[in-house]
Design a protein around this ligand. Structure first.
Ligand SMILES: [Zn+2]
Length: 340
């Protein structure tokens, strides 16, 4: 009996240590990990650890834990790449976004940082059910990383999917609140600023952590006033070198062929795709295989520091969405089973 009890305690202790090490080692994004854990009190971290990795035992060890008010971003285990022939990441670059640098030769030719055959994968308009998770799975299978430019509204519909994007270690920027054309004559300067800031605040709200100061204009419509504003906010502007026009493609094959043909001409560059699009999600496994076979190398772009969102937009969004601004009561004190 004593032996059995000792064995049980030892295995529980070991499981807690393993879970703690797993939790520590599996934070894929340093910025997010810091943001998610620094403010959390020790009890909350313990709760997250316990609930994330239940002890597998038929002995039913009772684990009591308080429900965290703000669930932690579920980290994916940082394991070595299981695919020996994966496309992978050839190098990681850190972007100092001071002054709002522009990237992508379609509009910005000043910062020529990619060498021959180097590419950057970018995805716009998500997060969206089915398609975004399919894109994430393909990127994970190929052990490679991308930059995502989600729409604020979509982030508010599907925060759990956007959390998966960040947890997988991809960079997350923004693509306005409602995908409005910021260069339209109907759009005044204040409306353009609102679209930009509300988009970033919505993404922060969805992630529970600040996004990267990376921005892409809807339809690549660069309004001069909005560009100057982004510069003043130290947000990098992303155009592209290769536009897949995947939203117009009739099938996946057309997307693969279009990207490869354009890349053969440019030799390198930032590729614009849409994780929102079904055909893109379908095309990605074949496309990444073709890129690997063609000798292309993925460069991962990371921001040097996260964006400081503006409090008035963070607060305005919470009010708009009628979200509770303060802590919630535990479910047991709100919902009681009275008959069964
Ligand atoms: Zn878009």
């Amino acid at each position: 009996m004593r032996n059995a009890l000792g064995l049980m305690l030892a295995s529980v202790g070991a499981a807690v240590v393993i879970a703690a090490v797993w939790f520590w080692a599996s934070s894929p994004n340093v910025d997010l990990a810091v943001a998610a854990t620094v403010s959390a009190p020790p009890a909350e971290r313990l709760a997250a650890t316990a609930s994330a990795k239940p002890i597998p035992s038929s002995e039913d060890v009772e684990v009591t834990a308080t429900i965290p008010t703000q669930p932690a971003v579920p980290p994916l285990p940082k394991t070595a790449c299981a695919n020996p022939d994966a496309l992978g990441v050839s190098r990681v670059v850190e972007i100092d976004t001071t002054g709002g640098p522009g990237f992508g030769f379609a509009h910005f030719k000043q910062l020529d940082f990619l060498t021959d055959k180097e590419i950057v994968l970018t995805f716009d308009d998500g997060p969206w059910p089915v398609n975004t998770p399919a894109v994430l799975k393909t990127l994970a299978d190929e052990c490679t990383k991308a930059v995502f430019f989600p729409i604020g509204k979509h982030a508010s519909y599907h925060p759990e999917i956007l959390k998966q994007v960040a947890a997988a270690g991809h960079s997350v920027g923004a693509h306005t609140w409602s995908h409005a054309n910021l260069n339209s004559k109907k759009m005044n300067e204040q409306q353009a600023r609102d679209e930009i800031e509300k988009g970033f605040s919505a993404i922060k709200l969805a992630l529970g952590a600040a996004p990267s100061p990376f921005f892409r204009f809807p339809q690549l419509q660069h309004g001069p006033a909005a560009m100057a504003y982004l510069g003043s906010r130290n947000v990098a502007i992303f155009s592209c070198d290769v536009d897949s026009f995947d939203f117009k493609a009739k099938d996946a094959t057309q997307i693969v062929n279009s990207v490869m043909t354009k890349l053969e001409k440019s030799g390198k560059g930032i590729i614009l795709m849409h994780d929102f699009q079904k055909h893109t999600a379908e095309a990605l496994p074949a496309l990444l295989r073709r890129l690997k076979a063609g000798g292309y190398k993925v460069v991962q772009m990371k921001a040097k520091a996260p964006l400081q969102t503006l409090a008035e937009y963070d607060e305005g969004l919470v009010k708009d969405m009628k979200l509770p601004a303060v802590g919630t009561r535990p479910v047991g004190s709100v919902v009681q089973t009275v008959t069964k």
